[in-house]
Design a protein around this ligand. Sequence first.
Ligand code: NDP
Length: 434
Amino acid sequence: VKRNPNETEFHQAVKEILDSLVPVIAKHPKYKQHGILERMVEPERLISFRVPWVDDQGAVQVNRGFRVQFNSAIGPYKGGLRFHPSVNASIIKFLGFEQTLKNSLTGQPIGGGKGGSDFDPKGKSEGEVMRFTQSFMTELYKYIGSDIDVPAGDIGVSGREIGYMFGQYKRIRGGNEAGVLTGKNILFGGSLARTEATGYGAVYFVNEMLQSKGLSFEDSTVVISGSGNVSIYAIQKATQLGAKVVACSDSNGYVYDKDGIKFETVQRLKEVERKRISEYVNEHPSAVYVEGCQNIWTIPCDIALPCATQNEINEASARLLVANGVKAIGEGANMPSTLEAIDVFLQNDVLFGPAKAANAGGVAVSALEMAQNSMRYQWHFHEVDDKLHEIMKNIYRNSVAAAQEYGYPGNLVVGANIAGFIKVADSMIAQGVI
Ligand code: NDP
């Protein structure tokens, strides 16, 4: 805390992980001897830079860009870029730290990184988004490469922004280094099923948790926060598995549809028309719109999938969900539950799928995109989806096994942290003091 003052989100992520690692450190003194924890919480580097651009009125605007290259012990840095006004060093570091263990959990050879800017894409014209994004890449290109650091999307960064960044990277660097970014358009090196991967993966993961208790998505009531990339495809997959998704949201409020949220409408409104979720009710008389996104957790449900942003479920919301009979939580977003909320879920025997396990499907398919780029080949949708499904099952199995081995049976927070940690820590030891 002294070394990283005011970085509350980073402190929160580190605390959750270090608390989980107590039994591992006790059992294996080598991690202490090699100073693994001290090294792991310090990013290899944090780059911060100026992003100047010109708005539609001809005025110069300045934003701040970031890239944290957290840990390269098991492969090139890998992690998304976030464009949101809340972005700062603390948020980028919490995401990068989480990403390191998440990427390890996928079983693929990718290190941890993250980046972004405090640029707010909301209300910006197409031209403004492109000029900002090109300016952002004009600095970022110096630090990335298909064997060095491979960014992808996150909040506020979708296929459109990745396309502009890829175009700018090629203008500066020349050549056609497809593997430098993932989440690309399918027309120029993207992977089928990447757009769906995080949402589908989260549902696959929760399905494993449910099955372990003889439960399923079939006929269950589901609440999914957000209406962005992760939420949209979580809605689709949960519905395909027989659930009724009754609500989704954006940062202004939520829609409740007693007949079930229509995936096609949300997808069109958000991906094509880039409208607010409140517009949903204009097309579906069965739905109501309620101001205030936090209130979405007042809706009774069997399964809750927070897929919007960090700390969207606090202790009070967690208590409400439990009182309303929730059986499972799957974190589609990164760190959507506060530490207090997680305690509430665990103490009440709610099945809890932590972010670094439940939402690892996105980065897993990004690594499959890198593999396809290297092979100059494209797999079919079902091939990628099958691999994703298998990866999510493995993450579940490995997390369960680690939790069991270290004395916390059923606690996937502990299990995922330990399973992700060991591979990175052992790689760091094997590579000397790096
Ligand atoms: P999008 O930008 O596509 O969507 C984000 C959604 O969350 C929007 O509905 C947005 O509403 C809402 N939201 C964002 N910030 C806030 C906030 N401060 N308060 C309330 N609602 C908010 O992002 P993604 O779907 O890609 O990402 C969502 C979460 O999933 C993030 O935590 C991200 O880190 C995580 N994640 C994403 C992966 C991916 O592959 N995309 C992979 C793994 C994790 P509004 O439009 O009003 O801002």
